[in-house]
Design a protein around this ligand. Structure first.
Ligand code: ZN
Ligand code: ZN
Length: 494
C-alpha cells in the first residue's frame, strides 16, 4: 500500500499539493531525498500543519528512522505536542508499537514522562495498547512502574481497568508495580479498578499478589463489597485469600520468634542486595535486547522477562514459558510440551485401549446376563432391558464411551500432525491462521520441522530399535532463533 501511494498516486497528484502537503507525504512514506530537497529549499521542519501535527510526528508514526534522523539534524523539536490528542512524536510511535522508533526518539532526548491530552504518559500508552516490549524498555530506561498519569492513575490501575484478560496486569505485577497504590480522585486501588471493570483475570492476579480486600475508596466501598455485588467468583477468591494470608501471618510470626534478630537483619540485607543486583542486571539486559532488535514478542517473553527458545510459548495458566508447547491440557491440568508430549500421546493411547477393553467387558456381560430381543421388540425395549439388567454396567459403558471418544479423536489428531507435519497443535493452528491471510495456498508440510512421516515418528518417540534407527534429538529448551546469539536465559523453562 505504501509503495502504491508513494510510487503511483503521489506523483500523479504532486502538482496539486502545496509545499506543506508535499513535506507531509514525504515524511510519511520516508522519501528522504525529496524531503531533503524541500527542507534545503527553505521549508521549516518545525512548522506544524493545520491540525498542529509536525513532520516529526508523521515520520515517527510511520517508523521512518532515516527521515527522523534528518529532521533532528535540522532542528526539529523532539517533544512537540500536536494532533487531536496533543501528543508528542514519542506518543505516536508508542501507540503504533514501533520499538525501534521509541529507542531512536529516546536517544534524541524525548521525554517519556510528558503527558498527552488525555493525561497518559508514555508507559501508560504502552500498557494501554499492550506493547509490552516497549513498556519493558521504558522501565529499563528509568520510567517508574508506579508513576501516575495526570489523572493520578498508575499503569497497573489502567491495565486492571481497561484491558480485560491477564496481560498486561500480570506483566506489571511481575515488574513490582504497587498493588496498594490509590488514585487521587476516587482513591481507587488497582483491585477496585479491576472489580469495577469486571476484569476477573486481573482481580485474580492482584489478589494473588497480595492486594488488600479491605481498603476503602472515596465512596467508602471496600473491594469485598464490590466483589459481592458485582463478581461472585472474585468474592470467593478474596475470601480464600484472606484465609491464606492469616495462615502466612501466623507462620511468619513463629519464624521471627525463633530467628535471632541480628542474623535476620543480615540475611535480609543480603537478600535486598541480590534483589537489587538482579533488577539492575535485568534492566541492562532489556536495554541490550531492545537495542539489538531482539525485544520482539515472538522471541522475548514479557511475562517471564526472558528470551524465548524457538517453538516455546508462554502459558498463562502455568505462568511459565513452555518449550515446544503443544497445548494446555485440562485433563492433566498442565502444559503439554517438549518433555511430556510423547507421554501424553501414550496416555491417550492407553486410555483408548482401556476404553475398548471396557466396551468388550460390557458386551460380554450383557450377552451372558441380559437376554436382549432387539429384532423382535425394537430398540426402546432393548434399552429399557439394559437399564433393568444392570444400571451400574450401563453407567460404566456411558463413561467409557465419553472418555474413549475424546481420547481417540485427540490421539488421531495428534498422530496425524506429528507424523505428517512434524508440528505442534499451537504451531499448526498459528500457520493455518496465517495461511488464510495469504493469497496463494502454501502446504503446511513445507516446514523446517517436517522430516518425513517415518523420521517424524521415530524422532518424536525416540525409537532406536536396538540401533537400527537414529532419531533426531533436539533439546528445545536451548534452541534459539539463528543469527541472534543467546543473550540471556532463565533456568525456569518447563
Ligand atoms: Zn513466558
Ligand atoms: Zn499451561
Amino acid at each position: 500500500m505504501d509503495q502504491v501511494l508513494s510510487g503511483v498516486l503521489v506523483p500523479l497528484l504532486w502538482k496539486h499539493f502545496n509545499e506543506q502537503d508535499q513535506c507531509l507525504f514525504l515524511s510519511r512514506f520516508g522519501v528522504l531525498e525529496r524531503c531533503k530537497e524541500l527542507v534545503e529549499a527553505g521549508y521549516d521542519v518545525r512548522q506544524p500543519d493545520k491540525e498542529n501535527v509536525s513532520l516529526l510526528h508523521w515520520a515517527a508514526i510511520n517508523n521512518r528512522t532515516e527521515v527522523v534522523k534528518y529532521y533532528m539534524s535540522k532542528g526539529a523539536v523532539i517533544d512537540q505536542l500536536g494532533g487531536d490528542l496533543n501528543s508528542t512524536p514519542l506518543h505516536w510511535a508508542i501507540r503504533q508499537g514501533h520499538l525501534s522508533m521509541v529507542i531512536q526518539l529516546l536517544r534524541y532526548g524525548a521525554d517519556p514522562s510528558v503527558s498527552d491530552g488525555e493525561g497518559y504518559r508514555s508507559l501508560h500508552l504502552a500498557i494501554l495498547f499492550q506493547h509490552m516490549p516497549i513498556a519493558a524498555y521504558l522501565m529499563a530506561k528509568g520510567q517508574e512502574v508506579d508513576f501516575p498519569d495526570s489523572n493520578g492513575q498508575t499503569p497497573l490501575m489502567l491495565a486492571a481497568q481497561k484491558i480485560i484478560g491477564p496481560e498486561p496486569t500480570n506483566f506489571l505485577v511481575k515488574c513490582n508495580a504497587s498493588v496498594s497504590a490509590v488514585d487521587k480522585v476516587n482513591r481507587n486501588s488497582p483491585l477496585h479498578c479491576a472489580v469495577l471493570a469486571g476484569n476477573v483475570d486481573a482481580a485474580h492476579i492482584l489478589l494473588e499478589a497480595g492486594a488488600s480486600v479491605d481498603s476503602e475508596n472515596a465512596n467508602v466501598c471496600t473491594q469485598f463489597t464490590f466483589s459481592a455485588a458485582l463478581l461472585g467468583s472474585v468474592g470467593a477468591i478474596a475470601d480464600f485469600n484472606s484465609e491464606s494470608w492469616l495462615l502466612k501471618g501466623l507462620l511468619l510470626g513463629a519464624v521471627i520468634a525463633v530467628i535471632n534478630l541480628s542474623a535476620f537483619e543480615m540475611a535480609t540485607g543480603f537478600i535486598c542486595f541480590y534483589e537489587l543486583l538482579a533488577i539492575f542486571c535485568l534492566k541492562q539486559n532489556v536495554v541490550l535486547l531492545a537495542e539489538a532488535g531482539c525485544l520482539d514478542p515472538r522471541i522475548f517473553c514479557t511475562s517471564c522477562m526472558m528470551k524465548k527458545p524457538m517453538r516455546a510459548n508462554h502459558c498463562f495458566s502455568c505462568d511459565a514459558c513452555v518449550a515446544k508447547q503443544d497445548h494446555h491440557s485440562i485433563w492433566i491440568n498442565g502444559c503439554i510440551g517438549a518433555r511430556n508430549h510423547h507421554y501424553f500421546v501414550l496416555f491417550l493411547f492407553s486410555l483408548c485401549l482401556i476404553g475398548a477393553w471396557m466396551f468388550y467387558g460390557c458386551l460380554v456381560y450383557w450377552s451372558k446376563h441380559c437376554p436382549l430381543h432387539y429384532q423382535e421388540e425394537g430398540m426402546w425395549s432393548a434399552l429399557s432391558a439394559l437399564v433393568g439388567c444392570s444400571s451400574w454396567v450401563l453407567g460404566i459403558f456411558c463413561l467409557a464411551f465419553f472418555h474413549t471418544s475424546w481420547a481417540s479423536i485427540l490421539l488421531a489428531l495428534q498422530l496425524y500432525q506429528i507424523a505428517f507435519y512434524g508440528l505442534t497443535t499451537a504451531e499448526r493452528a498459528n500457520l493455518m491462521l496465517r495461511q488464510r491471510k495469504l493469497p496463494q495456498t502454501i502446504s503446511l508440510r513445507q516446514n523446517p520441522y517436517n522430516l518425513g512421516v517415518v523420521r517424524n515418528l521415530l524422532s518424536f518417540f525416540q525409537l532406536r530399535f536396538c540401533g537400527l534407527f537414529k532419531p533426531v534429538v533436539v533439546d528445545w529448551t536451548k534452541q534459539y532463533p539463528p543469527g541472534r546469539e543467546h543473550m540471556f536465559s532463565h533456568p525456569d523453562i518447563v
